[in-house]
Design a binder for this molecule. Sequence first.
Ligand code: GTS
Length: 218
Amino acid sequence: MVLKLISATPSPYARKVRIALAEKSIPFELVTEVPWDRTTQTPQYNPLEKLPVLIDTEAQTDEDRSVYESHFILDWVEHKFPPPEYVSLTPDTKGDELFAKKVQVITDGICDACVLMFFEKQRSSPSEEWASRQRRKVDGGLKKLAEWVGDQDFLVGGRFTTADIAAGSVLGYLRVRFAEHPWQDLYPSLKRYSDQLEARTSFKDTVPVPQTISDKIV
Ligand SMILES: N[C@@H](CCC(=O)N[C@@H](CS(=O)(=O)O)C(=O)NCC(=O)O)C(=O)O
């Protein structure tokens, strides 16, 4: 199977997929773009016009060719590349597996609120109410994440799983996109947890980088 990933340098959602593929030693071609620029390829592969999109270049049908929505891409990768040939990123018990999906609900929700805040700030007259509503979601999500992490090294089952990929990706995104957010002072153990994840090769190789958006968006 020859895989191509459409990604963007700051994307916390795409970073999840890049980390998962790296941790499972699955080779892929990385295509980096800006999904808001008119040159984006995403509409060819995702009706929602969002990245990341994982493309199975050898698929027999268009339907099978594109995999989109980061949490689903992670499930798809785990399904298509199972143990023992590939490292498992899925927790061992059904209960832990369900919890790992719940973690992604919170982490993706924090990312979604960050993206909405980012674009609200681009508007000629940003709504303070709207921005503070999104900020509450970020703060509430981080509080929950800190509660779940506690003083553990991994979120579930005592080993590295998709839950840690999702949590590490959103914390790494905050470091770059919302450096002024005081989460590292508020939650020292969450900072310890994030620092430890950022030391993994798969994280070192995928640190988010801001992008330049050429076209008008909002
Ligand atoms: N829920 C989606 C969110 C993906 C998403 O919002 N991607 C952004 C890029 S980034 O925010 O991740 O950098 C995008 O393609 N936005 C284009 C658009 O929304 O039209 C996922 O988990 O994959």
